[in-house]
Design a protein around this ligand. Structure first.
Ligand SMILES: O=C(CO)COP(=O)(O)O
Length: 229
């Protein structure tokens, strides 16, 4: 299983260090085959020791240059960061990243050999139209994306379940991951209000290879309890 924490715009450099120290101690007994990824804010990127992979929540597709407010490869290479989230719904919906821009970013970091967690997910109005509409919508989010890339992980995060405390139902996760498995062979994560109360059920679903966790990952104790569940 893959347990990935997306801090979003939470935690600071100092609180991330305290978090990672605490998490490392708490997950020392985790299953060796389980993998942990932490995506802190960019200000917290650094060299850390521990049985986890540190990744970037976002970066601009450039080595460096005149891109005010962005970070590029120079800033990631300083800390040997080689894992990145791409296509998160908050970047698509709030920061206005089009599918074209998302695909351009994907191609750039694929060319750099990054491990990519590529995020897809439908809005509530699509979910309400039923499974077929959801599957069509999700497959459209693969436009311009090399889904055969060997360092690809896909995170299915229904937008209406993110940050709401209401995850997709187990039936919805079963059917959507089953459909995604027909389209791609890479690991499939579920995200959207995954937490200590539902992690066992979610982890037991066929074609679910892990979770991408927001709110419930912000507390080291809580996230560790998911990893050790
Ligand atoms: O967006 C998410 C992770 O990338 C999910 O966030 P929540 O776990 O807060 O619903």
């Amino acid at each position: 299983m893959i347990f990935a924490a997306n801090f979003k715009t939470n935690h600071t450099r100092s609180s991330t260090k305290l978090y990672l120290d605490a998490l490392s101690q708490k997950i020392a007994a985790k299953k060796s085959e389980d993998q942990v990824y932490i995506f802190p804010p960019a200000t917290a990127l650094d060299h850390y020791k521990g049985d986890f992979t540190l990744g970037a929540q976002n970066a601009y597709p450039t080595q460096n240059g005149a891109f005010t407010g962005e970070i590029g490869l120079d800033q990631l290479e300083e800390f040997d960061i080689k894992t990145i989230l791409i296509g998160h719904s908050e970047r698509r919906e709030l920061m206005g990243e089009s599918q074209e821009k998302v695909a351009e970013k994907f191609d750039f970091f694929k060319a750099q050999g990054f491990e990519i967690i590529y995020c897809i997910g439908e809005p509530l109005e699509v979910r309400e139209q039923g499974d077929e509409s959801v599957n069509i919508y999700l497959l459209e989010q693969f436009e311009g994306i090399d889904t055969a890339y060997e360092k690809l992980i896909i995170a299915y995060e229904p937008i209406w379940a993110i940050g709401t405390g209401r995850s997709a139902t187990m039936e919805e996760i079963v059917s959507t991951h089953k459909a995604l498995r027909k389209a791609v062979a890479c690991p499939l994560l579920y995200g959207g209000s995954a937490n200590p109360d539902n992690i066992k059920e979610i982890a037991a679903i066929e074609n679910v290879d892990g979770v991408l966790v927001g709110s419930a990952s912000l507390d080291a104790e809580k996230f560790a309890s998911m990893i050790l569940s």
